[in-house]
Design a protein around this ligand. Structure first.
Ligand code: HAM
Length: 424
């Protein structure tokens, strides 16, 4: 016998018993995006490496350390997508969406790939729910707040409520430049006290030192006195208005001056939603504005904002009750008490399904007790019984598995309407 082959580290099978929850999440997502007037888009799972280098930043960790490149015998270089924004922007430009509509509101659900060191909540293949809003003259604090509210409302619609929204602004590209020189100036003399990663970040991506988790680095960062001096008055006013609109919409948030994000394309508003119950990988989702990315990739001068939520982290944050409430339960489990009644059994099962009742049964003749156990295991909401006595009287037994209530329902003349009505 050969050795068994395991699933690659940092990836997961999504097993049949987990699928109902995934379907439900995806269906809640589609409903919610529909309410906000977003349209779905699907792009390839791999792209030209250059796309990620030019958008996320050649020095960002995601490109520098985590990009999963595909072996190719040609000169072309492809990589599995580590996130969705770059691909959506590529598609926006390639399909001249700006000529078709003033504002494109797009959403996507799909797998992303990062060559990270796997741990709880950190995978090499994971799934994101993402949204991108791209258009001419849509740099509006009202839109920023609407997009942030959408990300929060999506999480609430899954039943989550223990999360925290943090927001910050990086200001305009010029403000960002000022910010990075101020940071370098303030950190220059503390270089040797920074962790090895941060010493590397000093040149590569100085902002990332601000959200380093290392204790010593944190202490140094807490004592930096930069405040929001790097911001122009215009950027400051914009940010204040985003916060005012969030308050008007009843969205709770916390200002977080050290929130900088790991991808290069952000300017102005950035945000992150975290759930303390998740431990070290606590970000459920994140996003922000990226007004220069489209033109930087050769497209028109348009503004843009978006976010992405991690589905696996959402699942980790959901309690058993919340998962139960989300998953579509089996409405009926049929118990056939006598093997000679299998013909009637399959007829009833077929009728229930025609009436849009999800239904199943035990396909082998076993005791009542073992069939009840099976119904319980499947989480069936109701059990329908048929035995010789019931068939003679033209009825079936119906047990509500939640309340334990039991009754008889007529199926005289093979009319199943009453039973279907009861089960809906
Ligand atoms: P991100 O912060 O890199 O942003 O990822 C967004 C979310 O994806 C994270 O908050 C987390 O829930 C999930 N995630 C990221 N990496 C992993 C991983 N290795 N394992 C499991 N889950 C993970 C972006 O991707 C941006 N494209 C968001 C955006 C859209 N900004 C503007 N538009």
């Amino acid at each position: 016998m050969g050795n068994k082959i395991a699933v690659p580290r940092g990836t997961n099978d999504i097993l049949p018993e987990e699928m109902p929850l995934w379907y439900e999440i995806e269906s809640v997502v589609r409903e919610c995006f529909n309410l906000y007037n977003y349209k779905e888009i699907r792009t390839p799972i791999f792209e030209d490496v250059g796309l990620f280098q030019r958008s996320l930043g050649a020095t960002s960790d995601v490109v520098n350390k985590q990009l999963l490149c595909l072996a190719s015998d040609k000169k072309e270089g492809f990589a599995l997508r580590p996130e969705g924004t770059a691909s959506i922007v590529r598609s926006y430009i390639e399909n001249s969406m700006n000529r078709k509509e003033a504002l494109s509101k797009l959403f996507y659900i799909g797998s992303m790939f990062r060559g990270e060191r796997p741990q709880k909540g950190r995978l090499r293949q994971f799934h994101q729910i993402g949204a991108e809003v791209i258009g001419t003259d849509v740099c509006s604090p009202y839109l920023d707040a609407d997009v942030i509210a959408l990300s929060v409302n999506l999480l609430k619609s899954f039943g989550l409520n223990g999360f925290k929204l943090k927001i910050n602004t990086l200001g305009s590209p010029e403000d960002k430049e000022t910010f990075s020189s101020m940071l370098r100036g303030a950190l220059q003399h503390k270089m040797l006290d920074l962790c090895e990663d941060c010493q590397d970040r000093f040149d590569r991506n100085v902002f990332r030192i601000l959200d380093c988790k290392n204790k010593e680095c944190r202490l140094i960062v807490e004592n930096l006195d930069i405040g929001d001096r790097y911001l122009s008055q215009e950027s400051r006013d914009y940010y204040c208005q985003v916060m005012a609109v969030l308050t008007r919409l009843g969205i709770e948030f916390e200002e977080s001056p050290h929130l900088v994000r790991g991808l290069d394309y952000y300017t102005h508003t950035v945000f992150e939603i975290s759930d303390p119950s998740l431990g070290s990988q606590d970000a459920l989702g994140a996003g922000g504005r990226y007004n220069n990315l489209v033109s930087q990739l050769g497209g028109p001068k348009v503004d843009a904002i978006g976010f992405a939520l991690g589905i696996e982290r959402i699942l980790l944050a959901l309690g058993e009750d919340q998962k139960q409430a989300l998953a579509d339960p089996l409405l009926a489990y049929l118990i056939v008490l006598d093997e000679n009644l299998m013909d009637q059994g399959v007829t009833i099962l077929n009728e229930l399904r025609s009436g849009c009742i999800s239904a199943d049964m035990s396909w082998k003749n076993s005791s009542m007790k073992s069939q009840m156990r099976q119904a319980n295991k499947m989480g069936a909401l109701n059990v329908v019984f048929i035995g010789a006595d019931e068939m003679e009287r033209g009825v079936v037994g119906l047990k509500n598995m939640e309340t334990g209530e039991q009754e008889e329902i007529s199926i005289k003349d093979q009319n199943f309407d009453l039973l279907i009505k009861k089960l809906h």
